[in-house]
Design a protein around this ligand. Structure first.
Ligand SMILES: CCCCC/C=C\C/C=C\C/C=C\C/C=C\CCCC(=O)SCCNC(=O)CCNC(=O)[C@H](O)C(C)(C)COP(=O)(O)OP(=O)(O)OC[C@H]1O[C@@H](n2cnc3c(N)ncnc32)[C@H](O)[C@@H]1OP(=O)(O)O
Length: 203
């Protein structure tokens, strides 16, 4: 069974608030202490928002069940999740080779080398994209091995394409490849071994 590709974003509810939080994260990293903003006042206002959210949060167990509804892609993960402010978020579409891809422009919160994407962020995006490509192909599992090759710097502030496709399924072993490309050139390539095994979803 293939999964739905997109955990499509809603413009209201927690998706809207998460998009606002994403803006706040990027704006804070952009500002630093050379900004003219009153950071004490900003910290007070952000803490007031966090106080509201913590006071009204559901029990953790209820939220975990809610997060893991259905059997397809998730809405809370740190790569695609519209509910997760630390997700860029990636939005996939199917590709002609049976894989998936997402165009994304990353900002300062994801910086590693100057004006370039952090290698761990690239690993996160590729791990997840290979995983979703498996779901899209119909047989998915958990990452057992992920091998990355960093060919050249991946730029911030410009669109890059994150893509993946399933290569083979041999019993429980699934092999998947992917890449992050900019201007038609590989920045990072990935090879993954996934094992068809699933931790139970909270119900
Ligand atoms: C967002 C998370 C979603 C989770 C998935 C849920 C649903 C999927 C639905 C749709 C897909 C959509 C989205 C998914 C998106 C992203 C995916 C994110 C992926 C992750 O972020 S996931 C977290 C990181 N991941 C782990 O946290 C794994 C921890 N680990 C384990 O849970 C076990 O370690 C496991 C399961 C890997 C194997 O355990 P096991 O007991 O089932 O394996 P077993 O021993 O039976 O081996 C069977 C055969 O695999 C070979 N084998 C095993 N492990 C190997 C290895 N590492 N290297 C080379 N070969 C290996 C053996 O050598 C044997 O081979 P042989 O049969 O030839 O002897």
């Amino acid at each position: 069974m293939t999964i739905d590709l997109q955990a499509s974003a809603r413009h209201c509810g927690v998706d809207g608030a998460s998009a606002a939080a994403r803006r706040v994260i990027a704006a804070l990293v952009r500002a630093g202490d050379i900004s003219t903003a009153d950071m004490t006042d900003i910290a007070d206002r952000l803490n007031a928002v966090a106080d509201d959210l913590e006071a009204t949060a559901p029990p953790l167990g209820d939220r975990l069940v809610d997060m893991w509804q259905g059997d397809g892609n998730t809405r809370h993960d740190p790569a695609t999740g519209p509910e997760n402010p630390i997700a860029p978020p990636l939005e996939y579409e199917g590709t002609a080779d049976g894989g998936i891809s997402a165009d994304v422009t990353l900002d300062l919160p994801y910086q590693g080398p100057p004006s370039s994407v952090h290698g761990g962020v690239s690993a996160l995006m590729l791990d997840h994209t290979l995983g979703v490509a498996n779901g899209w192909a119909g047989v998915s599992g958990m990452t057992a091995e992920l091998t990355l090759r960093y060919h050249r710097l991946t730029p911030l502030f410009e669109p890059v394409t994150v893509s993946a496709r399933q290569v083979s399924v041999d019993g429980r072993k699934i092999r998947t490849v992917g890449a992050i490309r900019h201007d038609g050139r590989d920045c990072v390539t990935a090879e993954g071994l996934f094992i068809a095994k699933y931790p139970p979803r909270p119900r």
